[in-house]
Design a protein around this ligand. Structure first.
Ligand SMILES: Nc1ncnc2c1ncn2[C@@H]1O[C@H](COP(=O)(O)OP(=O)(O)OP(=O)(O)O)[C@@H](O)[C@H]1O
Length: 259
């Protein structure tokens, strides 16, 4: 049984007194421990799909199941890193990363030990006492990721987590995320705008069509693991998957540009 299952899921919104479908008839299954990447043009409903999985929005049609149970309230099994960081401006980096553990009632020394590891992992050691407003956009994203990992949810929903990072740092973070995934065997749904990133990381890549977003294709990525994100573009398996996915994706972007 799939851990996450979307069956015929559609969601509509209202804008200027008009309703419109953001997504239509999403059918998707994600296996436990799978790394699924999701790509599609802007506004096709990728974040909406994550919001539905996290239980912070309800579907207008269809059903979302998590571990065999309907998602009809906030899904506490998932940790969600949204596009905007939700760091608290009055708490330092360390205090922000500790937040989830503090709520769980974990002792201060244990919190600090766990959080220090993740702060170090995202390359922010030395910044523990800084406040979010003293950091760059990319650094704030990394604090959010450390916060999420320290909280240790079963499933990670990541909405363009590395979008604000420069190309080099993005590769380093991709490498670290794959390491964590291997170590913790978490299930990950990772939304990105970057096809290279989608192919480098995913077991499968789901391509969304333009709005109303639906799944246009799902491609299994047959690149062996462990993957070397720094050199993966040189592999023939990478080019093959990239070419197939790009031919599906480029039509959606062309449509977007021509509107
Ligand atoms: N709460 C809301 N109220 C009204 N419209 C919304 C709401 N949330 C999303 N939308 C609209 O629904 C559509 C899908 O939005 P969504 O954020 O899911 O797209 P996306 O694929 O994640 O986009 P991007 O890649 O640009 O982040 C967009 O047109 C967006 O403006």
């Amino acid at each position: 049984m799939a851990l996450i299952k979307f069956s015929g899921v559609s969601k509509q919104f209202e804008r200027n007194d008009e309703t419109f479908w953001a997504t239509r008839n999403i059918n998707l299954e994600v296996e436990k421990g799978e790394f699924l990447t999701v790509i599609g043009p802007s506004g096709c409903g990728k974040s909406t799909v994550l919001n539905l999985c996290a239980g912070i929005m309800t579907a207008d049609e269809g059903a979302i199941m998590y571990d065999g149970k309907p998602v009809n309230k906030v899904n506490t099994k998932v940790g969600y890193m949204t596009q905007k960081d939700n760091l608290l401006p009055w708490r330092t980096v360390m205090k922000n990363v500790e937040l989830g553990l503090e709520i769980q009632g974990i002792s201060r020394s244990e919190r600090e030990k766990r959080c220090r590891r993740y702060i170090e992992m995202v390359g922010l050691d030395g910044f523990e006492k800084h406040y979010p407003q003293e950091l760059s956009g990319g650094m704030r994203k990394r604090v959010s990721l450390a916060q999420l990992l320290a909280y240790n949810p079963e499933t990670l929903l990541l909405d363009e987590p590395f979008g604000a990072l420069d190309a080099q740092l993005r590769l380093i973070m991709q490498d670290k995320l794959l390491e964590i995934w291997k170590e913790t065997k978490k299930t990950i749904i990772f939304v990105t705008h970057d096809l290279d990133e989608a192919v480098s990381l995913g077991d499968r890549v789901a391509v969304f069509s333009k709005r109303p977003g639906t799944i246009k294709m799902i491609e299994k990525i047959n690149i062996p693991r462990p993957r070397d994100v720094y050199n993966i573009r040189l592999s023939p398996d990478f080019s093959k998957a990239h070419t197939t996915l790009w031919s599906a994706l480029k039509d959606e972007f062309e449509l977007e540009v021509s509107i």
